[in-house]
Every structure is written in C-alpha cells, then in structure tokens.
Design a protein around this ligand. Structure first.
Ligand code: SAH
Length: 222
C-alpha cells in the first residue's frame, strides 16, 4: 500500500478521544449519536489548514465568515432532535455538511439548505465523496423551510434566529421536533419545539452562540 496509515490513525484516535471526553463524559447518552460522532471524519469537513484542530473542543472557521459548531453542540442538538433511521429531516444551515453527515449516519434522510452557494458546493462535494447519498443539499433561504418535502420528523436550525420562523413550525409533522437557537446576535438559547396532536410546546435547554440566520423569517441583513 502506498498510503501512509499514520494520518488516518491519528484522526481516528482523536475522534475516539473526542467522543469519550467531550461527549460521553458530559452526558451525551444516545448510542446512535455517540456512534455517528465516532464514525464521521470531521477533519474532512474543515479547511485543510485546520485539520489538526478538527477534533478540538471548539467551533472552527469554514470560510465565508461561517463556522462548524463545537462537537458537543452538534451531539447535543442531534440528541435533542431525537431522530432515528428512516426519519425525514430538514437542516437549515448546511455550512460544512458535517451536521448533515451525522444525521445521515444515524440513518435519517436529510434535506439541508444553505444560503451561500460556495459552501453548499463544498458540502455537496465532500458528502458525495464519503457516500452520504441520503443528504440532499439545496441552495436557498432556509427560514422558509422546504415545503415540497414537508412534513418533517425533525428540523434542525444551525444558525441563530431572532424568533422561530412560522414556516418551519408549519412544516413540522405531529410528533416532530424543531431544535433551534433563538436570541440576539451575541447570545441565544437553544430551544426545542414539539408538535403534539394538541399543538406546539416549547422548552429552553441551554445558552449558545451561533452565526446569524439571515432570511425572510430571520435577520434581515448580514
Ligand atoms: N451545520 C453546519 C454549521 C452551520 S453554520 C455544519 O455542520 O458545518 C450556519 C450556516 O447557516 C452558515 O453556513 C450560513 O451561511 C447558513 N445560513 C444562514 N442563514 C441561512 C438561511 N436563511 N438559509 C440557509 N442557510 C443559512
């Protein structure tokens, strides 16, 4: 074999340590989430110059002024979304494509929307290379959701909204959940919206910090 095994092994070891120290020890319990985070090669979703920091306990820049969330935040949001194999999921804010890959690794079919075409193109390319064929990347304004594929079992928003976009609640199926950071541009709270047969309930889970959700039902400018 001409390929050196050292680099992939180093990443696999870092990924394993990330799962144990940053996720399991901090209370992530879902076996499906832990396994997905232990499988998806996060280093391939960040710029080459940042690969050695891909498994660190922090968000990372992915270009265009955007970031890939801290591993713990990805795991926590995925756990809160409560999806399983076969779930029909919408992600708003594709960014690097990493979160979409985690959802696909769990077995969900994922529609993910990104407003910046350059990021959507990069995410599409790496998701294809890695064989995540159940992820469909769409360029557009995700604050309006994607009504063609609704209703969704889960809607995950990975950018900070000033309020919960009504288009997203209207596309949520009964028994489904929206996980979304809501607040001002500096600090938000992560909220979980559930649709039951009798209506919507909303809970606030933790404080967080995301880049802004920009669109018709989000912030109006960059
Ligand atoms: N989930 C991503 C991280 C997303 S960062 C990952 O795993 O890497 C937030 C992303 O939301 C940015 O790429 C930003 O361009 C995008 N975004 C902001 N407003 C949006 C909107 N209205 N519709 C779709 N994408 C949006």
């Amino acid at each position: 074999m001409s390929r050196s095994p050292d680099i992939p092994n180093a990443h696999a070891e870092r990924r394993h340590a990330m799962v144990e120290h940053q996720l399991r020890r901090r209370g992530i319990q879902s076996q499906a989430v832990l396994e997905a985070m232990g499988t998806v090669p996060r280093h391939l979703f960040v710029p080459a110059t940042a690969q050695h920091t891909a498994y660190d306990d922090s968000p990372l820049h992915i270009g265009q002024g955007q970031t890939i969330s801290q591993p713990y935040m990805v795991a926590r949001m995925t756990e809160l979304l409560n999806v399983e194999a076969g779930s029909h999921v919408l992600e708003v804010g594709t960014g690097s494509g990493y979160q979409a890959a985690i959802l696909a690794e769990i077995g969900a079919e994922v529609w993910t929307i990104e407003r910046l075409p350059e990021l959507a193109a990069m995410a599409t390319s790496i998701l294809r290379q890695l064989g995540y064929h159940k992820v469909h990347v769409v360029v557009g304004d995700g604050t309006l959701g994607l009504p063609e594929q609704a209703p969704y079992d889960g809607i995950l928003v990975t950018a900070a909204a000033p309020s919960i976009p009504p288009s997203l609640t209207s596309q949520l199926g009964v028994g489904g959940r929206i996980v979304i950071p809501v607040g001002d541009r500096d600090i938000q709270e992560l909220r979980v919206v559930k649709r039951t047969a009798s209506g919507l309930t909303e809970t606030s889970v933790l404080d967080c910090r995301f880049v802004p959700l920009i669109g018709a039902e989000g912030y109006k400018d960059t």
